[in-house]
Design a binder for this molecule. Sequence first.
Ligand code: ADP
Ligand code: ADP
Length: 222
Amino acid sequence: MRVELDGVSKRYGETTALESASITVEDGEFFTLVGPSGCGKTTTLRLLAGFEEPTEGAIRFDGESVAGTPPEDRSVGLVFQSYALFPHMSVAENVAYGLNFADPPDGVSTDERVVELLELVGLSGFDDRDPSELSGGQQQRVALARALAPGPDLLLLDEPMSALDARLRQRLRRELREIQRNLEITTVYVTHDQAEALAVSDRLAVLSDGTVEQTGEPTRLY
Ligand code: ADP
Ligand code: ADP
């Protein structure tokens, strides 16, 4: 799915979180928003997810405005910094929860879909574990499986690895890119880490103080 922000601003009272941002993410692209804390990255993801509406400007998915479309009708999957798995549910139940608001793709059953997804993220056989029994990296893989469960057209990742150590981050980053390429899913990734942004992205936008400073391929920036 192609994603466009066209002159999007978001204000909270006196605060301008995002100012006239224009960004296009091509179908199947891994696109990163990078910049320091407070520059508007999370706001952009929340606007794409439909948790907020822009104060100005338009957001289009495949050329169609999504103004007023609620999150559950936007075909987006989300992974946040904190894994936010449900502690009282098993790994399989956590992944299946991703199907609470949408049917599995391709007419498969929920159980079949959970098996597929755990295989995809390298956690086959972990179905009955509790989240507390998993490492941080494994918990984040479960969160990814849950986000991908309904077969979304857009994946939104907000600092998904910031709680992990550097070596593990690098490994998970490679795994994430491999999964993303195989699924050909349009992905918007948020990080404050420039090295990570340069290593992982097809293209990226550098944000500063709510404004898009540069957009381009990693090799063409800096
Ligand atoms: P980042 O994700 O890059 O750290 P954010 O998008 O969270 O930045 O925030 C951008 C700016 O908007 C910050 O100044 C932040 O304080 C402000 N902001 C974000 N959300 C709200 C909100 N709900 N109410 C008021 N100000 C907000
Ligand atoms: P992390 O999940 O933090 O990246 P590892 O991948 O090293 O950490 O996994 C932690 C433990 O889980 C290791 O002992 C490893 O053998 C086990 N493990 C990881 N992935 C699988 C898997 N797909 N099947 C079985 N065991 C696994």
